[in-house]
Design a protein around this ligand. Sequence first.
Ligand code: COA
Length: 558
Amino acid sequence: MRILFLTHSFNSLAQRLFCELSQIGHEISIEFDIADSVSEEAVRLFRPDLILAPFLKRAIPASIWSRHRCLVVHPGVPGDRGPSALDWAIQKDLPTWGVTVLQAEAEMDAGPVWASAEFPMRRAKKSSIYRNEVTEAAVRAVLAAVDRCQQPDFKPQRMAGQAHSTLRQADRTIDWASQGSAAVLARINAADGFPGVADLLFGQPCHLFDVWPEAVLRGAPGSLIARRETAICRATQDGAVWIGHVKRQGGIKLPATQAFPEAAELPEVPLAGYLKSAQPTWQDISYEAAGGVGFLSFEFYNGAMSSGQCRRLTEAFNWAAAQPTRVIVLRGGSDFWSNGIHLNTIEAAASPADESWANINAIDDLAEAILRCETQLTVAAVGANSGAGGCFLARATDFVWVRDGVMLNPHYKNMGNLFGSEFWTYLLPPRVGEDGARAIMRHRLPMTAAESVRLGFYDACLPAPGFAVDVARRAAELAAAGDFSERVAAKQAKRRADEAIRPLADYRAAELHEMQRNFYGFDPSYHVARYHFVERSPHSWTPRHLAKHRDLNWIIPE
Ligand code: COA
């Protein structure tokens, strides 16, 4: 079928559905929901058999749904209607939730149901549930719905239901004096990603995000009691929680201590070393070891890696390399492996150009430390989505194992034509060939885990269920293998041979020369793109590489 995606943005869910449907032979084109007239034009040009709305913030115009079959992906169970569906489910602590694919009609989310899928709820951030459980359920439901669209006898059923209202800030308010940590966690989790919970910190209005439990620290309910790296700890009625990110009024989302420099006055409670804390607390970099394998996790919010985080992770990696292990597994975070340099901290810096430069150098230092590690075999266990520099940082390891279902965006051009660094010019061509590398960089499209392995970019695509266990088993096998010493020797020899042909420093200097032009040159595209990205500016057009129907060679189908 020819399927037109009408969507607010090409977010990770839309990307995943795009890949899944393309893979089974459907032709997909995308139009961002900018204005009714623009959507109507897209429909005229593409003449879709079906319109799918994976992520919309407003209703489809009647001029479209009354003439074409439009299916909407609603992040709620059948019968659930209205906005803030997932927010309500998290805040109410419901045990199960789901995704429904329903037909657009005049009343929002009230149309006949084409398919649905359920999942058990996890106590986690809304953004995390969305990128994991909701995405997987949406894939199942959309594939079923699309299949049913091709069955002439299938009749979608109407479901009785009740509409709920938008979850307003008044419903989200935290009463720090009376609410315990569990309730505070549920409230901030239900608002994570967007819109956050409106509150006051240091007497200033702001929105709170990225909350973590704390098992030990205590204080007067509501008071700020500690800081650690970029997070601050606040006492609740029965304990305390950590707040990782904050958006001040009129500002952008930032690490809490960056948003509020006055946090420097709070008592610092560092963790001793990198070993994973036995008690729940805020720990962005943690290390565990078992069976000759060291596992390094970096739980960086949104997968963004600031200069400071890159430096601390490089130190942690070097420390891990000094441990008596044979394999180091870089696990990334639970929602993203890495999305490259931290565009928000860059935007907020006194000189975004200087901070971009510092950040790209810091992430390159990390990539270089991994590339130059001669004592262990290294593995990137990419269990979550990864984008831009994060995809190449993973490739700096000896083996990249990726979880099936992960979306990869191994290109930089979407961010104002960035050239990119992280040694991609060294790492990519030997894997996919010069032409393949150019195609990946130019196409700017997402890549599935399976495709990354098919192209030779990554090494293995492992089934989603049991990914962590599978990674641990494979890593332990690598560590215990009889040929471990030969493998390490071969790795050392390859590095020396490569260095003799062209030193790493040379690749790095050439990439950074281009990046310097992106950051300091006369073309401001990167700075403009970054501004719009961090401000979450609505799109004003759909890029040509997504809107096939706007391609100059596009012929309107009969
Ligand atoms: N720096 C700062 N924040 C980042 C980030 C980065 N490099 N990458 C993603 N984020 C944030 C987004 O701003 C968004 O914030 P929110 O909490 O306010 O919603 C959140 O992470 C999720 O991003 P979103 O774009 O909604 O997620 P997605 O899964 O749909 O898309 C990407 C993932 C990677 C395709 C997309 O986020 C992206 O293009 N990121 C920029 C990558 C980049 O250019 N890095 C710099 C060059 S190395």
